[in-house]
Ligand binder design. Structure first.
Ligand SMILES: Cc1cc2nc3c(=O)[nH]c(=O)nc-3n(C[C@H](O)[C@H](O)[C@H](O)COP(=O)(O)OP(=O)(O)OC[C@H]3O[C@@H](n4cnc5c(N)ncnc54)[C@H](O)[C@@H]3O)c2cc1C
Length: 173
């Protein structure tokens, strides 16, 4: 990690089956670096493990970051440690936001999200909605109960435009 920021977990919420969100605030009370939609942070999950998580709060917020983590059944430790070992009040070291997935200006944007991939897409949808840009969003998951942030999306100004779909890979969800 380059620049290191020390944050405290101020919220931990079950968002869907196997998906938990973490709300992070800077431990020293200072503002966090601003970020753009599509950005992620590196999280030092354990002394040995660093994992990347997309920011899924409103781009521009500097009082907090929100990330959501899917528990990976084949995990070598990162997501499982986030689920099982990181809780309210815990302190984590993170990087400043990086964006390798920036939005490009377009007359009409079409956003596709699958499963936990909704995290950067939700941030993009809110950004587009806030700027009155034309867009549509399609969100698929293996089952409705595995769709994180569904209530937040449905309650948003663009909730009525969203296309939800359940997809199956032939295995049990
Ligand atoms: C830019 C970016 C943003 C991301 N945003 C999010 C997010 O918002 N939410 C989220 O939940 N995740 C996100 N991720 C994924 C996240 O960083 C972790 O990879 C994820 O949590 C799994 O970590 P883990 O340690 O539990 O699993 P890992 O041990 O890293 O395993 C992940 C997968 O790799 C496979 N694997 C295990 N060992 C090997 C091996 N030796 N060789 C090849 N494959 C192997 C496993 O089958 C497993 O399914 C993001 C990743 C990137 C790069």
């Amino acid at each position: 990690m380059n620049t290191q920021i020390v944050v405290k977990v101020v919220g931990k919420v079950r968002e869907a089956e196997d998906i938990v969100s973490f709300e992070l605030e800077r431990s020293d009370g200072q503002p966090l670096p601003p970020f753009s939609a599509g950005a992620h942070i590196d999280v030092q999950v354990t002394p040995e493990i660093v994992r990347q998580y997309s920011l899924c709060n409103q781009a521009g917020e500097t009082h907090r970051y929100l990330i959501a983590v899917l528990r990976d059944p084949a995990s070598r430790g990162g997501s499982v440690a986030m689920h099982d070992q990181v809780g309210l009040g815990d302190v984590l070291t993170i990087s400043e936001p990086k964006n390798h997935f920036p939005m490009v200006p377009a007359p009409h944007s079409v956003l596709f999200a699958g499963g936990i991939g909704v995290t950067p897409i939700l941030c993009m949808a809110e950004r587009l909605s806030n700027t009155s840009a034309a867009f549509e969003m399609h969100y698929a998951a293996r089952a409705p109960e595995r769709m994180a942030f569904r209530k937040r999306i449905e309650a948003s100004p663009f909730g009525g435009l969203l296309v939800f779909s359940a997809i199956s890979d032939g295995t049990q969800s």
